[in-house]
Ligand binder design. Structure first.
Ligand code: ZN
Length: 130
């Protein structure tokens, strides 16, 4: 299954928890694992706090400090910072599903991480039945 994410900024975290839960519910998936996979080299997926929207901005701020926009990058496309951030954060997450619900902590959300937007992106979901 594939869900589409439209991003609106160059770098941005988009909360996709509800979209993934919707896919789990629509598929009638009850118990097992849900793999969330981002097939892009300048984007990523991560799980972190969704209760306070400032947290995702702080994470992004620090990622932007760790990976400078300007450096002696040699990749001709000019988006090396996005490639580096994609590798740092990672392309996949694995989340348990119990009784048809994603098993997440009270404060956790699943975020699509855009590092070279705005673009229309894909997120692959694979359900593995227990
Ligand atoms: Zn590139």
């Amino acid at each position: 299954m594939v869900i589409t994410v439209k991003t609106g900024s160059r770098t941005e975290f988009v909360d996709i928890t509800a979209d993934i839960q919707k896919a789990v519910s629509a598929g009638g998936f009850q118990d097992g694992l849900c793999m969330i996979y981002v097939p892009h080299t300048t984007a990523a997926v991560t799980i972190n706090e969704s209760a306070d929207p400032i947290v995702k901005k702080d994470i992004l701020m620090i990622l932007n400090q760790i990976v400078p926009w300007q450096a002696e990058y040699r990749h001709m496309e000019g988006n090396s910072p996005a490639h580096v951030k994609s590798t740092l954060v990672g392309a996949s997450e694995l989340v348990m599903v119990e009784n048809g619900r994603l098993v997440l902590g009270t404060w956790q959300g699943i975020f699509f991480c855009e590092f070279d937007g705005p673009r229309t992106r894909k997120v692959h979901l694979k359900f593995m039945q227990e």
